[in-house]
Structures are given as C-alpha cells and as structure tokens.
Design a protein around this ligand. Structure first.
Ligand SMILES: NC(=O)C1=CN([C@@H]2O[C@H](COP(=O)(O)OP(=O)(O)OC[C@H]3O[C@@H](n4cnc5c(N)ncnc54)[C@H](OP(=O)(O)O)[C@@H]3O)[C@@H](O)[C@H]2O)C=CC1
Ligand SMILES: O=C(O)C1=N[C@H](C(=O)O)C[C@H](O)C1
Length: 243
C-alpha cells in the first residue's frame, strides 16, 4: 500500500516506522513547511492518506484528499465542531473517510467497557461519574478526543447529566466533569470513576507509547484502501455491545 503522511510530528513518525515494518511504502510526507508546495499529483500517488496534524489545519487536508479521491484516515482531534461540514464535503466529493478519536485497540476495548459500565450504573443514583485524562504538555486540545468519546457515551446513558464540562474547579449540577491534566511526555492516560459515599469504581487505560495509536491507524488505512464512505473503529474491530 502506498501511503501519504499528512503531518510528520510525533504520530507521523511513529506511523512511518510501523507502516514500513508492515511492508507499506510512504510515497509522500507533508508537514507545515512543505504543505503549500505539495501538488495534487503528488497526493494522487498514494492509495491512502493518514492525517495527524493540528485541529486548525486538519479539515483543509481532508478536503484536499476528497478532491483528489484519496481516502483519508483522520487521527487529528479537536476539530469536531466542523464534523457536519466535513461529512457534507465527503458526501459531495465522494471520498473515503475513517475517523477515530483513538486508534489503539486497548482504548477501543476500554470504550466498550465504558459503555457497558455507563448502562449498568444508570440504575444506581448514589454514584457520581467523572472522566479524567492526562497527556503530554505539547497537546493543543483539551479535553482529549478520547475523553470526549468517553463523556459522550456516558451522557447517552445518564439523563441526569445534560452536558459534559471541562473541570477547572467549578462544576454545576447536571454537568459531567471532564478533567484534563498536562504532565511531561505522558502518551495518554484515561479513566472513568463512579463515586458514592461508601466506595468507588474506576476503569483506567494507560498507553505506554504511541505505538498502539500508530498501529491502529495503519490497520485503518489497510481497511480503507479502495473504499468510499464513512468508517470508524467499530468497522475494524467488531466488539458487540451487550446489555
Ligand atoms: N486518534 C488517535 O489515536 C490519536 C490522535 N492524536 C492526535 O493527532 C494530532 C497530531 O498529534 P502529534 O503527532 O502528537 O502532533 P505533533 O505536533 O507532533 O505533529 C503535528 C504535525 O502536523 C504538521 N502540520 C502542521 N500544519 C500542517 C499542514 N497544514 N499540513 C500538514 N502537516 C501540518 C506539523 O508540521 P511541523 O513539524 O512542520 O510543525 C507536525 O509535523 C493531534 O491532534 C493529536 O491529538 C495523537 C495520537 C493518537
Ligand atoms: O494528542 C495526543 O497525544 C493524543 N490524542 C488523542 C486524543 O486527543 O484523545 C489520542 C491519545 O490519547 C493521544
């Protein structure tokens, strides 16, 4: 498979290493410095693009891929307020798009546990729920995309919360608190905690490195090659939600 890497930072470099190890070819590397001079013809050399850049530039890159009929794996977080716009242009231009807030298989199992626990705990009003994430100090968005996925899945099962809120010390009744911590070079830690007056229940995931994210992104690219339409991790790893 021929890959265009859009974004060549911490994730782009990890993806390059893992993609080559799986026998793929990286035919284009784009970063902030050369983006303006990269041509459509260069992009069209690729079977798939993998995009890990920044919240501000990601949507332009998706549209670049759609216009050139290159399916794109989107890893960038922090752009979801433009989701509808991206879905519309994908549909109009007929592109292939794969999005996950977190490509690690472990986190996607954790998402499954979170949905199960949220359904179970909905019957026990004594417990208050909160989400916490810790990441490296370079991260631009807060809360993380992963924490947002966790929070949104909890909100679906808990009508006593009307919205999530970034917990900066002041949380109103009806708000699901999401705390975002920034420390050193932490690759990514997420937890969900249910607390009552007498005990607490917690689920927790900690990434040891970026390799799990990068491996999942390359697997998503292998899956997406030659496809049109919208896909997510549930298409790649079929874990069934049960009651
Ligand atoms: N979904 C998931 O599983 C994961 C998602 N992420 C997300 O991926 C994103 C990237 O993370 P990370 O690699 O750590 O970030 P980095 O800051 O290390 O890398 C960002 C890269 O984007 C490049 N860039 C900036 N503007 C453009 C542009 N217009 N076109 C192409 N490239 C550009 C930068 O170029 P330059 O080097 O020249 O500045 C840099 O190489 C973040 O949003 C993060 O939250 C991260 C890990 C896992
Ligand atoms: O910026 C990061 O590093 C990460 N971002 C993703 C997110 O926002 O959830 C995934 C992972 O936690 C690492």
């Amino acid at each position: 498979m021929k890959i265009a890497l859009l974004g060549y930072g911490k994730m782009g470099k990890a993806i390059e290493r893992l993609a080559r190890a799986r026998g793929h070819e990286v035919v284009l590397i784009v970063d902030e410095n050369n983006r303006a001079t990269c041509t459509d013809d260069q992009l069209k050399q690729a079977d798939v693009a993998i995009e890990f850049t920044t919240p501000v530039v990601a949507v332009d890159n998706y549209n670049w891929c759609f216009r050139n009929h290159v399916p794109v794996v989107s890893g960038t977080t922090g752009w979801l307020e433009r989701w509808d716009e991206v879905m519309m242009s994908r549909e109009q231009l007929g592109g292939g798009f794969f999005y996950a807030s977190n490509y690690s298989i472990g986190v996607n199992i954790f998402f499954h546990l979170n949905r199960w626990l949220a359904r179970t705990m909905a019957r026990f009003a004594d417990y208050k729920v909160s989400v916490e994430e810790t990441h490296h100090i370079h991260k631009l968005d807060a809360p993380s995309g992963t924490a947002l996925t966790l929070a949104k899945d909890i909100l679906k099962e808990h009508p006593e919360y009307t919205s999530w809120v970034l917990d900066e010390g002041k949380v109103e009744a009806g708000e699901l608190p999401v705390k975002a911590k920034r420390e050193g070079e932490v690759p990514g830690i997420h937890s969900v905690t249910y607390k009552s007056g007498v005990d607490e229940i917690q689920i927790y995931h900690s990434a040891y490195s970026r390799d799990g994210f990068a491996q999942g992104a390359v697997m998503a690219a292998e899956f997406l090659m030659g496809k049109k339409g919208m896909f997510g991790m549930e298409d790649l790893i079929k874990i069934k939600d049960e009651n």
